[in-house]
Design a protein around this ligand. Sequence first.
Ligand SMILES: [Fe+2]
Ligand SMILES: [Fe+2]
Length: 287
Amino acid sequence: MRTVPPAPARLPRVGAGSVAIESPTMFEPYPYGSDVEVLPAYLPVPGMGVIPANSFVIHAEQPVLVDTGPGGLVPHAYETALRAVIDPAELRWLWLTHTDPDHVGGLAWLLEAAPQVRVVTTYLAAGKLSMHVPVPLDRCHFANPGDAVHVGDRKLVAVAPATFDAPETTAIYDTRSTTLFSADMFGALLAAPAVDARDLVRSELEDGLVRWSTIDSPWLHRVDRSQFADELARLHALSPRHVLGSHLPPVTGAIARLIDLLSTVPDAAPFVGPDQSALEAMLAANG
Ligand SMILES: [Fe+2]
Ligand SMILES: [Fe+2]
């Protein structure tokens, strides 16, 4: 018999105290704007804080799920959160931004629970998934950057992100709400979980975004600066009102600021992970 997990905890607003997490944690979904629901998960990053691992439901005429949360959650936590928002059997589309484990945690379960779902993905992503969670090709819908998927009341357009850690990654531009679902782009390491980017201290967002980007896209230090500027200008021209990143609390009305921050990453200090002596110190500190 299956155990039903307790309802996910609610994320506190700023000033309401912060929550500490020690393992991947699913929080209670919450609405953002009129037709999006955020399914927030958070991952602890030892010694560095936390990173959001959001997925989203778009209440389009044909409902869409964007990604399926991280692996490593307690059993059924993702299912409980999603069912609080929508019956998975009503979902028509699952858009997988890419195949990293923080984006496909609930995929195997969802393919069974949502028999109508077509998986919007890419040829490369389908190939990578075939080695751990195969998606039948007749349930796939391939969308390369520039391609649009019609979901009834709007078009969702596949967008090439300016930063990424997997070559199959597509961001998504929702033409109706002018929302950019930015995948790994614009992620930020944070001190604690948060509901909205406006709840973050300015330096936390700025430092956390630059830090995350050096970790997730280390090739930015070798990129041609003018080509990177062109990539950022292309995103700026989209003028999204909202940015819903996989690794950032929701942002409204600040695409220029996010792009300015990203433009500084090639000149930021490269990330070097903790070495063996640091690991031994961590292990000793934990007893
Ligand atoms: Fe990734
Ligand atoms: Fe990610």
